[in-house]
Design a protein around this ligand. Structure first.
Ligand code: RIB
Ligand code: CA
Length: 318
């Protein structure tokens, strides 16, 4: 797989596709705190919350960070072929865990997210990476409308799926893939260069009380808000015997910033779309049993200490 690192004199262009979402908010703030990244746009998809709430949250996150200059485009308000099922039980009805945010500073930009993704990728002089933090509906629509962009995209780095970590929305499936399994299957079949951060990886990125406290103690003006977001879901994690809530979506930005902290393998991944019981299960062919060509780099290891050092350093300076 060709990889496009951030050359010394060039920022790395990215599009963030997101369903904010508490952990999306942490990931977006990490991206905003990282000068190596050139955030060309944020595109919003229904997932954790309904589209209007997600779109307003994207604007509010940008307003909090003083980045109302970043264009925010709304996209799909439901999965390709299924009704929307949100995750407000975890993220709260406001999608931001009740953490106070300013009102949006700007308005949603014109243009459907899928069309904007295609346009930015086609026009960019440098290959653009897509950081997919939610259900893959917008990304699938973009690839459906313009299959040519599959090869033009530097890579799609997505949080989703599970190899051996079980599920978080059903016993077997992870939320982003489960929410729109048809979109996930289409993206994986598109031929684009894909990196998958499944629960096997994100469950190594746990926001322990120590890590949350270290962020809260940082100097930056947004450290306290970032810490509250990072620590959201502690009760949920405690009930599951986890040392802290997983910083799921931040691992996508962490990968784009420092892929050397992550390890995985190029394998074939397929998505279950037919069965209700196993809807959204990602079938990871780790041992090449199917003979199918690899279509994704599935990450199964990350250096959690160095990942959180990066996360806390950056968010602590916002
Ligand atoms: O399963 C975790 C994923 O689902 C994260 O992207 C979280 O924001 C939710 O969308
Ligand atoms: Ca998300």
């Amino acid at each position: 797989m060709v990889r496009f690192g951030a050359a010394a004199d060039k920022k790395r262009p990215i599009i963030i596709d997101t369903d904010p979402g508490v952990d999306d908010a942490v990931a977006i703030l990490l991206a905003l705190a990282s000068p190596e990244l050139d955030i060309r746009a944020m595109t919003v998809v229904a997932g954790n919350v309904e589209l209007p709430v997600a779109a307003a949250n994207a604007l509010r996150i940008c307003a909090l960070a003083g980045r109302a200059d970043i264009p925010v485009h709304a996209g799909a308000d439901r999965p390709l072929r299924r009704p929307l099922a949100t995750a407000t039980a975890f993220h709260g009805s406001d999608g931001l865990g009740g953490v106070p945010f300013p009102q949006p500073a700007g308005a949603i930009a014109d243009g459907h997210a899928a069309d904007v993704i295609v346009d930015i990728v086609r026009r960019s002089s440098q290959p653009v990476s897509i950081c997919a933090l939610g259900p893959l509906t917008n990304v699938a629509l973009a690839l459906e409308r313009a299959p040519d962009v599959a090869d033009a995209i530097a890579e799609i780095v997505l949080m989703g799926g599970s190899w051996r970590a079980g599920g978080n929305v059903t016993p077997a499936a992870e939320f982003n893939i489960w929410c729109d399994p048809d979109a996930a299957g289409a993206v994986l079949a598109s031929g684009a260069r894909i990196v998958v951060l499944p629960l096997d990886a994100t469950h190594q990125a746990l926001a322990t009380p120590e890590r949350v406290a270290a962020l809260a103690a940082a100097e930056g003006s947004l450290a306290d808000v970032a810490a509250r977001l990072l620590g959201h879901g502690k009760v949920w994690a405690d009930r599951r015997g986890m040392a802290g809530p997983a910083a799921h979506d931040s691992t996508v930005i962490g990968y784009v910033l420092s892929s050397e902290l992550f390890d995985g393998r190029h394998v074939h991944v397929a998505v279950e779309t037919a069965s209700e019981l196993t809807r959204g299960v990602t079938v990871v062919d780790w041992w090449g049993r199917t003979g199918q060509p690899a279509n994704a780099r599935v990450i199964t290891q990350l250096d959690a200490e160095r990942f959180f050092k990066l996360l806390i350093d950056r968010l602590g300076r916002l």
